[in-house]
Each structure stands twice: as C-alpha cells, then as structure tokens.
Design a protein around this ligand. Sequence first.
Ligand code: FES
Length: 63
Amino acid sequence: MYVCICARVRECELRTAIRRGARSEETVGDACGAGTGCGTCLDRICDVIDEERHTDTLVALAA
Ligand code: FES
C-alpha cells in the first residue's frame, strides 16, 4: 500500500527508511522521498514514525 502517492513510496519502504535512522519528516523525505510533494501524507508519515518508535521501546524493554 502506498503511503505517499506523489513519491510512490510504499509503507514497507517508509518503515525501512525509519528503521535505518530517519526519525523526522525531513529525514524520511531525504531517505525515500515520502512527504516531499503535496504534503497530504505527512500525518501518516508521523504516525508510522511514532509506531516505529513505540516498537523500539518495546524491544528495548524486552531485552
Ligand atoms: S502524497 Fe506524499 S507528498 Fe503528496
């Protein structure tokens, strides 16, 4: 499923960029192009960043 239609970025590509260190709208845009067009997807990008941050926290707590 596409998260960003403008840049044709799928959710899995967005999550990969986040897991590789992109943790803001700007760094995600630099990493994969998502959010660099019309901006409609920025709320969803922020939601996915938050989800990945939450996942990192749960993994750290479980370790
Ligand atoms: S849908 Fe992502 S920038 Fe337009």
